[in-house]
Ligand binder design. Structure first.
Ligand SMILES: [Zn+2]
Length: 286
């Protein structure tokens, strides 16, 4: 069966505006687009600036430091307080940020920045796939990204990235790689694969940090430090050792992520359909 759409006149493939069906997502046509994908640094930087453009024209405001951070994060996605469950925060299939309002303000600030980093990494991969597959986003495409990003090794990469972005904006010593460490302990990844995921996560974190520093500038970072002092929790300095400067050059990093996306797309087309369907149901419900 052929799911692709062809022009009656010239027989050329017509791209769908969105991909609404897993059979189309996993078609040979899309597989080939991803296999042969190339992206220049300029094109990639344009993707990044499109994502962050939304924050360009807004005034970050708030009557507390926490509210300023919420005001920034809300430019990208909705931020909702939660008051149940052990997690400090999370992003859900609706891509909203949830943070626990029972935590002290300083920890809420760290949590919101952490979840915002998850959101932004998701958006980067989403925009990258949309560009390569020449479509707009859709629940079907998002289901695949959720699936990709929650596979054990990429979850580790994603978590490392979010902890690193968070760690940039909070005072020295309070850095926390908690959920990253837990994932590593529960995984059976070899040293080398782990290191490559850390470097990939760190490379994405650096991209996100450069943009966020524009909005969480010196002044706001000083305010965050003051909030930590007010909350008088003590630093533990433990996680600072998890930080690294190792990072891939942009072109290489993009080649790596595109190859990984291709591998998983190819693998998923036969193996994980059920799981994808249930992720998509979750997205549709929200
Ligand atoms: Zn996280």
């Amino acid at each position: 069966m052929n799911y692709d759409t062809f022009c009656i006149r010239c027989g050329k493939q017509i791209n769908p505006i969105t991909i609404d069906d897993f059979d189309i997502l996993f078609s040979e046509y899309n597989e080939n687009l991803l296999l042969n994908a190339e992206i220049t640094d300029e094109e990639y930087l344009e993707i990044l600036s499109n994502i962050f453009m939304r924050a360009e024209y807004i005034e970050i405001w708030g009557n507390s430091t926490k509210n300023k951070i919420i005001s920034l994060a809300s430019v990208f996605t909705e931020c909702k307080p939660k008051s149940r469950g052990y997690e400090r925060g999370y992003i859900f299939l609706d891509n909203n940020i949830y943070y626990d309002d029972r935590l002290s303000d300083s920890v809420q600030i760290a949590t919101i920045i952490h979840e915002l980093a998850h959101y932004l990494l998701f958006s980067i991969i989403e925009s990258l796939l949309c560009k390569i597959l020449k479509v707009n986003t859709s629940p079907t495409l998002q289901s695949f990204i959720w699936y990709f990003i929650t596979l054990p090794e990429f979850k580790i990469m994603n978590e490392y990235c979010a902890h690193t972005v968070e760690g940039r904006f909070i005072p020295y010593g309070y850095q926390n790689y908690g959920s990253f460490n837990t994932l590593v302990q529960n995984s059976n990844m070899d040293e080398e694969s782990l290191e490559s995921m850390v470097i990939l996560g760190n490379s994405f974190a650096n991209e996100i940090i450069v943009y966020l520093e524009k909005y969480i500038g010196n002044e706001l970072r000083e305010e965050i430090k003051i909030q930590y002092r007010k909350d008088s929790s003590s630093p533990n300095y433990e996680s600072i050792f998890a930080e690294t400067n190792d990072c891939l050059p942009l072109e290489l990093k993009n080649r790596v992520i595109l190859n990984l996306l291709y591998d998983i797309l190819k693998e998923t087309s036969t193996e994980a359909r059920k799981e994808l369907e249930s992720i998509k149901e979750g997205i549709d419900l929200n």
